[in-house]
Structures are given as structure tokens and as C-alpha cells.
Design a protein around this ligand. Sequence first.
Ligand code: GUN
Length: 295
Amino acid sequence: MTARLIDGAAVAARLRKEIAEQVAQMEAAYGIHPGLATVLVGENPASQTYVRMKHKACQEVGIESFAHNLPTDASQAEVEGLVHELNADPHVHGILVQLPLPKHLDEEAVLSAISLHKDVDGFHPLNMGRLAMRGRDPLFVPCTPYGVMVLLEEAGATFEGANAVVLGRSNIVGKPAALLLMKRDATVTLCHSRTRDLPAICRQADILVAAVGRAQMVKADWVKPGAIVIDVGTNQIDDPTAKRGYRLVGDVDFDEVKEVAGAITPVPGGVGPMTIAMLLKNTLRGAEMTIAEHA
Ligand code: GUN
């Protein structure tokens, strides 16, 4: 292996420790502890797992968390009504509506109903719009791309003038990651399913962020020697030797690419733990903003 391993689990653990200390200080100084409300509509097992992990992480750092589960057939009015209640609840500093929502619901309307000051996912159209504009900043940065940027910093990336290639244009990861890289003055190429000659474009990248959800798609000959590679993918592949019959791999063929890249995140243990750490950080920030408003 020639690449340096970017240990997301260790970085996330360090952040969680810092957050726990700041939560304790806030409680001592103001008698306030940050609160996160989650809204889960339906019974998507992956979403249930993610939400459970988010609550456990909150508990570990002293953030209060409130779980709201609505049935799959919940109406638009019910979901938005709950969001409005949470907007008005002084114990709640962050609201997270787990995506995807069931098909009959209007996602944009739900996300728009979240108070800008409690939008810890950064998915409110105004926060997204600010992320896209020069000279403006969102109140919150979406958690996974925020974690990607922290790992790039950790790897010692130079952003200014670097060629950054992002694979995947999702609203949750690819698009905001590209916008964040642009804000740092990288030259950004955002690739997607219709992109021609993906390997050639990836080979230009000093920074390569893979967020497409295709197991081990990025091969060694797609990567410029010395590049920093951030793998956002978590894909299950069959593995009869594993206890559960499958294992998790990223969008990057780790075993090949680690011989070419300068630094690389593993899967698991790379970006995954960072998403939750950044959510905790955003929730703390939400509470700090409330305190500042009332100061
Ligand atoms: N679904 C997949 N990732 C996320 C995320 O970061 N936030 C929310 N709310 N839903 C998701």
C-alpha cells in the first residue's frame, strides 16, 4: 500500500469528544443542552437504522434527541404540521427529516417548512441556494459533504486551483460536495451517469470524491498518482465468508486504488462515521445560534 489511510473513524471520534465537551460547557454556562428531533416517515429499514444510529450518537455526547415516527401513509399536512411543532419547540435546535420520503409526499415542501435556524441537514432550499452562491454562506452545511471536506483537510489537501472531480450529482452528497469544493477555489468537474469517458476525467483529479453508489467502480487506472481519494459509497456485495453473507465496499476499488493514490478513505471507517459527527456538530451550532439570538 502506498496511499496514506484517512482514518474517518478516528477523526469522527475526536470530533465527538470535542462536541461532548462543548455540550457540557453549554449546559454549565447556560443550562441549555442541544436537542435534535428526527422525523422518520414509513418503515424503510435502512432509514430506521440510520435514525437509530443518530439517536445513539446524540446520547453519547449529551445531546437530547426526540424521535418522531409517522406511518407510511402520513399526509403532507401531518408531516408539515409536525415540522411546524418542532420549529416552535424551544428544546429542539435541529430538525432532521430522514430521506427518502414516501413517494406521495412533496419533499421540497417538507424541507422548506423546516426553520432555517434548525435545518441541521442543510437541505432547506435557501440553505442550498446560499451554498451555491458566491459570497454567501448557508447556516448549515449538509452533513456528508461537510464530513468529506473535513477529511480532505485532514489529508492535507490544497484546494485552491486543484482539479477536483466529484462522481455523482445527488442533492445529498455530490451536488453540495461540488459546491463546497468550488467555494474553496478548486476547479470542479461534476460527473454523472451520462458523462463521457469517466476514467479520463477522473485521471485529471487531484481530489476525487466518489458518491455514485456503484460497488468498486473506480479502478486504479482512473486515478492520478498521488491523488486524494474520498469514497462516499457504501455498497453491499455478496461474501460467503462473512457472517452476514455480505460485506460493505465503497465506490472505489480500494485494494487497487490504494497502490496509486496519495491518500484514501476506507469503507467502512471513512466518510460514514463523519456524517453523524457533522450532524452532532450542526446540532450544537443550532443551539449556539439560539443562545446568541437571546443574548
Ligand atoms: N438519507 C441519506 N442520507 C441522509 C442524510 O444525510 N440526511 C437525511 N435527512 N436523510 C438522508
